[in-house]
Design a protein around this ligand. Structure first.
Ligand code: HEM
Length: 371
């Protein structure tokens, strides 16, 4: 640890040979994860910088979306392998339920990661179905086979990324599930944020069709999030209490990509962003603003309706996901404050009531009132 810290400090000071070495390897971005016990945050906990570096590099030969989808599937396969392995040691009902949820997650991962590589798509779609409350050893075996098949078809770079971004702060196996869930959610948040950016750019070019298509993709991914929550909700209260004790000051409220989704969708009230987590240039228009401007001019009624429909669909799915997160939080920690300094479940309940596109919501309410 002392050597890692020394190397980390040398890099932070900009020691030339090391910086040049690190720019060619993931080392510089990995070191902060390994020495962040005292001063880490949410992003060093889950390795965000390494994932961002991977998207940037991978985009040279495949699109960022394909690269993110490949990583999401590799993360889900690793999660399943870990849970199936635990099931071979602990054949409890709870571990069966967790492994089954992880199995379903990987089996249905095409809904979360629709551009996954074709061989991987074949492996997951060909997997058998598993019953609720069946034989533990049988589930462990088919789960390990599926996870191995998927990882065998996954290229080296995403596999390595998944391997090096598991640095838990406790010895609890539950924390490994927690970290993998967060990393998959993060991949999805980034994807939704990029879709919003693409939709804004497309509308600015008067391409309503393209904007609608990318928003449809984003809505479908958010609608698929319940399969991931089904894994997370197996978190035992006592295990999470230990994880919380060791992760003070790290909260997903610091997530930049999550905040970006909300900042890109519509102007937010002052004080909306308690952590100032993701700053956008205030001059940048949000999707709601660009949409409203184009509705006034340039767009046909059919285009405006199509876009409004998909924006409402995205908003509904996003808020549904926030409500599910609130429900999981109540189950796992009750109503104690969060590690990010908020009131906890009450904060999340309120946050789930805020629309991504308030102007469209006002339209719906006015439409309903005039009928
Ligand atoms: C059982 C596990 C979890 C519990 C008990 C939990 C609890 C909480 C609490 C209490 C907050 C309020 C902020 C704070 O003070 O910390 C919060 C915020 C948040 N959590 Fe979780 N969380 C869990 C898992 C996750 C996972 C796996 C993700 C995925 C990335 C996640 C994403 C978020 C986000 C994005 C926020 C900010 C919400 C907003 O500002 O609207 N949480 N969580």
């Amino acid at each position: 640890m002392a050597e890692l810290r020394q190397l980390h400090d040398l890099l932070a000071e900009g020691e030339a040979a090391l910086v040049s070495l690190a720019s060619r390897s993931p080392l510089a971005h990995w070191l902060p994860l390994s020495v962040d016990q005292e001063d880490g945050d949410y992003h060093t906990y889950i390795g965000t910088a390494l994932y961002e570096q991977h998207w940037r590099r991978a985009s040279r030969w495949r699109t960022e979306t394909e690269s993110r989808d490949a990583v999401i599937v590799a993360l889900a396969a690793d999660l399943l392998a870990n849970e199936a392995h635990a099931l071979t040691h602990t054949a409890s009902r709870d571990q069966y339920a967790r492994t089954r949820a992880a199995f379903q997650l990987l089996k249905q991962s095409a809904t979360l990661a629709p551009t996954m590589p074709p061989f991987v798509a074949d492996a997951v779609s060909g997997a058998p179905t598993v019953a609720d409350g069946g034989d533990g050893m049988a589930l462990a075996t088919i789960s390990m086979n599926l996870a191995e098949d998927v990882l065998a078809w996954t290229s080296d770079a995403p596999r390595q990324l998944v391997d090096i971004t598991m640095l838990p702060v406790t010895q609890l196996h539950d924390e490994q599930m927690f970290i993998r869930c967060i990393q998959i959610f993060e991949g999805l948040y980034v994807q939704v944020a990029r879709s919003l950016e693409c939709a804004i750019a497309a509308l600015e070019e008067d391409d309503a069709g393209e904007a609608e298509a990318v928003l449809r993709d984003a809505a479908a991914r958010v609608e698929a999030m319940p399969i991931l929550f089904r894994v997370l909700t197996t978190m035992p209260r006592d295990a999470f209490a230990v994880i919380r004790d060791n992760t003070h000051g790290r909260s997903a409220i610091q997530s930049r990509s999550y905040r970006q989704v909300e900042l890109l969708s519509a102007p937010r009230e002052a004080g909306f962003d308690p952590q100032q987590a993701a700053q956008r240039d205030v001059a940048d228009p949000t999707l709601q603003e660009v949409y409203l401007k184009r509705v006034e001019r340039r767009m046909t009624a059919a285009q405006a309706d199509g876009l409004a429909k998909v924006m409402r669909r995205l908003d509904l799915a996003w808020r549904m996901s926030k409500r599910t997160h609130w429900g999981v939080t109540l189950k796992v920690i009750g109503s104690v404050p969060g590690t990010g300094g908020t009131s906890g479940a009450d904060y999340l309940k309120h946050s789930a009531s805020i629309s991504l596109f308030p102007a469209l919501e006002a339209d719906t309410a006015m439409g309903a009132a005039s009928q």
